[in-house]
Design a protein around this ligand. Structure first.
Ligand code: NAD
Ligand code: UFG
Length: 338
């Protein structure tokens, strides 16, 4: 089956592409390279023996999408493309609504014209806002606290309405918790531009000597050690979740919503400690004030995906940090420039 993967050279997209190839699918990658590099394609080939077809295009370019869908006999789309930095979204809300909301509407419209009716969308646990309790199930109320989160929520609502109007479509909303780690080969990984916003890539850059010290945002949360608790999930498990969604939900008309998480929560200090063990390097850190908008704790109830998609995360914290370190230590500056 030919699958169009928007945002396919990005962090989660590239790992999903490998698992698609390993599972016998034929991914076609589409990306505007705003936050990723072409070098990813060669790395995918190194791991799988297959260099996937790549189309450099923007998801807001409807003609490019229609061409990509028709010329490649695409049967399903996995839509990763978008902007994802929470802080930046507060500064540049229009860019976020344009890429994430408008981009998805153009994609859905192009799919309709091309007659492709199966879509898997990258949503986020951020749509749960500050949850009243944990673990979080898919039926928890949704809300947004910043433009990035609101863009995900708006897209979820637009796609829900669109699916209601087009009951033969299969639309799957996957709510990711905190993806970390990399392909176990160390050939692919997370390569943020500039100062990393997220904890794990920051810790990895401290371990490799690119940065001096991790700032731990808050030590006074109502959690066991006072630091924030999250559901970190190995990116390969997340990638496998997409294959499961394609196989089990993607073939059924309807609107499907799943949490992709492990069901376990780890604190910031747990992550620093695990990374120090995996890398054998000291990870200096200092406590600073809370980051505005952060919540104390967030982890998934992943049982719906387990039941209906026959998927569950299998890789533990040691594998997440070991693989992240393998990528970071063998590619200290990330991917080579194109
Ligand atoms: P990423 O930035 O590595 O990948 C996104 C890709 O989309 C990049 O390669 C970028 O160049 C491309 N892109 C952006 N705007 C585009 C456009 N208009 N047209 C074409 N391509 C465009 O991010 P990621 O971590 O792989 O995230 C993938 C998706 O998962 C995003 O939608 C993100 O919001 C969502 N998500 C990520 C996380 C996370 O922590 N990484 C958590 C929850 C949800
Ligand atoms: N943290 C630090 N120092 C840092 C970075 C983060 O202490 O330098 C802490 C945060 O305060 C939080 C935890 O580490 O307690 C995780 O923070 P991240 O920025 O890595 O991840 P978030 O949980 O804030 O958000 C991530 C993605 C969002 C997504 C959300 C839920 O960035 O896009 O997971 O999926 F919506």
């Amino acid at each position: 089956m030919n699958v169009l993967v928007t945002g396919g050279t990005g962090y989660i997209g590239s790992h999903t592409c490998i698992q698609l190839i390993e599972a016998g699918f034929n991914p076609v990658l589409l990306d505007n390279l705003y936050n990723s590099k072409k070098a990813v394609l060669e790395r995918i080939k190194r791991v799988t023996g297959v260099e996937p077809l790549f189309i450099q295009a923007d998801v807001r370019d409807k003609n490019a999408l229609i061409n990509a869908l028709q010329a490649n006999n695409i049967e399903a789309v996995i839509h990763f493309a978008g902007l994802k930095a929470v802080g930046e979204s507060v500064e540049k809300p229009l860019e976020y609504y344009d890429n994430n909301v408008h981009g998805t509407l153009v994609l859905a419209d192009a799919m309709r014209e091309a007659g492709v009716t199966r879509l898997i969308f990258s949503s986020s646990a951020t749509v749960y806002g500050d949850p009243a309790s944990v673990p979080i199930t898919e039926s928890f109320p949704t809300s947004a606290t910043n433009p990035y989160g609101r863009s995900k929520l708006i897209v979820e609502e637009c796609l829900t309405d669109f699916q209601t109007a087009n009951p033969d479509w299969s639309i799957t909303l996957l709510r990711y918790f905190n993806p970390v780690g990399s392909h176990p080969s160390g050939s692919l990984g997370e390569d943020p531009q500039g100062i990393p916003n997220n904890l794990m890539p920051y810790v990895a850059q401290v371990a490799v000597g690119r940065r001096e010290c991790v700032s731990v945002f808050g030590d006074d949360y109502p959690t066991p050690d006072g630091t924030g608790v999250r559901d970190y999930i190995h990116v390969m498990d997340l990638a496998d979740g997409h294959i499961a969604a394609l196989k089990h939900a993607g073939s059924k008309p309807g609107l499907h919503v799943y949490n992709l998480g492990t069901g376990n929560g780890y604190s910031v200090l747990d992550m620093i400690d695990a990374f120090a063990k995996a890398s054998g390097k000291p990870i200096p850190y200092q406590f600073v004030t809370r980051r505005p908008g952060d919540i104390a704790e967030c982890w998934a109830d992943p049982s719906k995906a387990q039941r209906e998609l026959h998927w569950q995360a299998t890789r533990n914290l040691e594998e997440m940090t070991r693989d992240a370190w393998r990528w970071q230590s063998s590619n200290p500056q990330g991917y080579p420039e194109d």
